[in-house]
Design a protein around this ligand. Structure first.
Ligand SMILES: Cc1cc2nc3c(=O)[nH]c(=O)nc-3n(C[C@H](O)[C@H](O)[C@H](O)COP(=O)(O)OP(=O)(O)OC[C@H]3O[C@@H](n4cnc5c(N)ncnc54)[C@H](O)[C@@H]3O)c2cc1C
Length: 354
């Protein structure tokens, strides 16, 4: 049985790692040379994490587990073939795991800001910080990425850091208790928090808001929101809000599956969050599900662990401080221990591929 896995991020790479060795013949279609741990990008930006902590080369990993690596972008699906930039990959099953793209919401000038959504972008942002010593840094968006980046930059730079959030509190997708705790931690680090503040336009050296006020800045970083990539938008498959809509077995239709950020996983009223935690769990589930399928056995339905109405997360707030969230409960102490746990989880994920 030939399985094409499109996307070698957390979900795609973990699926192959867990499934191998098995009678399935895996082909990984991934344009990058390495698998990357996005959760460590903020620490890389702040000069705390090293490249080897957050990336592992795909070639030796694929050789070890007996998978083929096609270092190309998938362009489209044609029947049971993935059409890539230069080659075509035939499959019995295909798994789509291409992640999500940055959403700029059509706001003028935002495409010209810095982002920490990919390693290349994060490297560019870090180079800018090292070469230009910006004095005023605006971080737009206060989700996990925004608050983690603000904390680490406030700790490592002698600069004024601002977090700009359109909604009424930081981390609006989390409980009010979590937002309060994180806001206090950010303020302690000297981060300026502007909530209920909407960006209208980003200019070369200032940010304009919808109430016609503006703030000067030397560096603007956009962290607010993701959307389905062009590849996903172009696929003629079941979708919800643009994401690939899977059933409780992570199946899209017939021999096609989707996992991780590109999928809309809503099972028994629980919508999966777009997090590494969910991507990894979905990958592990599908690895078992595929091996059951070829043996003609049924598997239980997938169960969502980190859902939008009951978040599970470890949020780092500097290089020695993190909080844990389980549902409505936010565990703020001991911060160092929680940070060590998060750091260990993130780094040990990458070590599995080395
Ligand atoms: C800065 C940042 C911090 C984060 N922190 C945390 C955290 O602390 N905890 C947590 O749980 N989650 C965190 N997340 C979210 C987490 O990283 C994602 O949910 C997770 O990476 C999703 O895994 P994935 O495999 O679906 O997508 P990705 O890891 O993004 O991988 C998708 C892969 O698909 C490839 N690809 C894309 N298009 C194509 C194509 N057309 N053909 C072939 N390949 C393609 C890409 O190159 C990429 O390698 C963070 C995200 C960011 C950006």
């Amino acid at each position: 049985m030939k399985v094409a896995v499109i996307g070698g991020g957390i979900a795609g790479a973990e699926l192959i790692r867990v499934a191998a060795p098995c009678p399935l013949e895996f082909t990984l279609i991934e344009p990058k040379k390495q698998i990357e741990m996005q959760a460590l990008y903020p620490e890389y930006l702040g000069g705390v994490a090293r490249l080897q902590d957050l990336a592992a080369p795909l070639k030796p990993f694929c050789e070890r587990v007996g998978a083929h690596h096609i270092q190309e972008k998938a362009l489209r699906l044609e029947g049971s073939t993935v059409v890539c930039e230069r080659s075509q990959v035939e499959f019995d099953y295909a798994v789509i795991a291409t992640g999500a793209a940055q959403n700029y919401f059509g706001i003028r000038g935002v495409e010209n800001t810095f982002s920490i959504n990919t390693l290349e972008e994060t490297k560019r942002a870090r180079r800018f910080v090292e070469d230009n010593y910006p004095e005023r840094i605006m971080i737009m968006g206060s989700g996990l990425t925004g608050v983690e980046a603000a904390s680490i930059l406030a700790e490592s730079l002698d600069a004024s850091i601002y977090v700009i959030e359109a909604r009424e509190r930081v981390l609006p997708q989390f409980s009010a208790q979590t937002s309060e705790l994180v806001e206090r931690a950010l303020s302690k680090r000297g981060v300026n928090i502007l909530t209920s503040t909407q960006v209208a336009e980003v200019k070369k050296d200032c940010i304009m808001f919808t109430d016609d006020t503006c703030l000067d800045c030397d560096m603007a970083i956009w962290t607010a929101g993701v959307k389905p990539s062009q590849f996903i938008q172009d696929l003629d498959l079941p979708k919800k809000n643009g994401w690939l809509l899977v059933d409780p077995y992570l199946n899209l239709k017939s021999n096609l599956f989707a996992i991780g950020d590109c999928a809309w996983v809503e099972i028994d009223g629980r919508l999966a969050t777009k997090t590494g935690l969910e991507a990894e769990r979905q990958a592990k589930y599908l690895a078992r599900h595929l091996s059951h399928l070829i043996k003609g056995r049924a598997l239980e339905r997938y169960s969502v662990r980190a859902s939008t109405d009951s978040q599970v997360a470890l949020i780092s707030l500097g290089s020695d401080c993190a909080v844990g969230v389980v549902g409505k409960t936010c565990i703020g102490v001991p911060t160092r221990l929680i940070y060590s746990l998060k750091s260990w989880i993130d780094k040990s994920f990458i070590k599995r591929f080395k």
